[in-house]
Ligand binder design. Structure first.
Ligand SMILES: CC(C)(COP(=O)(O)OP(=O)(O)OC[C@H]1O[C@@H](n2cnc3c(N)ncnc32)[C@H](O)[C@@H]1OP(=O)(O)O)[C@@H](O)C(=O)NCCC(=O)NCCS
Length: 233
């Protein structure tokens, strides 16, 4: 752990939380930052073979922040755990650079064997509050996991997953993927709510037009069938 890494960790909180006003505030008041700081110490002890020290530091982090990160877990740069309480990150989890996790997230396993059993989150993934990602698969770059989703299989890059078990919710616009969106909710770039309402109305009109065309084309066979029935009796 270097001073540069710490500074990046602090700045990533300021960049992603509009409520954060200074570096001092982040150091003193952000449990996500404090948990990652303690994790970096615990991980370094773990890798030196000081396993008990690693576990103890990890438990200290849990006691103070409510965030449990196993010292064996690999946490990338500029990872931001917002609010944090109830987050659990398992021993073989890998969390890539610029990942954001909200409170109540589990990066857990479903098997008891000793090998890789926790997920790998690639760069820029956002995981909504209460989401559970369970198993040794990969969540691709910039993917979004909706609040309270339960993810049980690999997630392709850029996809938004919701529900239990999680399924793709919508096709994300790739041009928005590089940019962080607070709470994982992409904006559509429209300037105001009126523009959004107009866009929704246009979509509805297009849908209704399609329905009218569909009904018109199905009209003929229905009439033919009723004519046959009438003539048959
Ligand atoms: C999943 C998420 C990223 C999607 O945001 P979005 O791209 O703006 O998607 P929309 O709100 O347009 O919703 C798209 C569809 O997914 C559904 N959906 C959205 N979030 C969902 C969720 N968490 N669980 C189940 N369904 C969800 C919507 O109902 C909608 O379904 P529909 O097409 O049948 O109407 C966002 O809803 C989310 O859960 N973000 C995490 C926020 C969070 O944890 N905040 C904590 C702050 S403390």
């Amino acid at each position: 752990m270097t001073f540069k890494t710490l500074r990046e960790d602090i700045d990533s909180v300021i960049a992603r939380d509009p409520a954060a006003r200074s570096r001092l505030e982040v150091v003193m008041c952000y449990p996500g930052f404090q948990a990652i700081l303690l994790h970096r110490l615990a991980h370094s002890a773990w890798n030196r073979g000081w396993r008990l020290t690693g576990r103890w530091l990890s438990q200290l982090g849990r006691l103070f922040t409510g965030i449990e990160i196993h010292p064996g877990a690999t946490i990338g740069r500029r990872v931001f755990i917002d609010h944090g309480m109830g987050v659990v990150i398992g021993e073989t989890a890998i969390v890539g650079d610029d990942v954001t996790l909200y409170q109540g997230v589990t990066l857990g396993g479903t098997k008891l064997h000793k090998g890789k059993r926790h997920p790998t989150l690639e760069r820029g993934v956002i995981v909504g509050s209460g989401a559970q990602i369970l198993g040794p698969f990969t969540v691709g770059q910039e993917a979004r996991i909706g609040a309270n989703a339960v993810v049980l299989a690999e997630v392709p890059a850029g996809v938004t997953m919701t529900g239990i078990p999680a399924k793709p919710a919508l096709t994300r616009d790739k041009s928005r993927a590089a940019e962080f969106q607070a709470y994982g909710t992409p904006t559509d770039g429209l300037p105001d709510p009126v523009a959004r309402a107009i866009e929704a109305l246009q979509a509805e009109v297009a849908q209704l037009r399609g329905r009218v065309v569909e009904l018109e084309s199905s009209q003929q066979p229905v009439d033919a069938r009723s004519t046959l029935r009438i003539t048959g009796t």
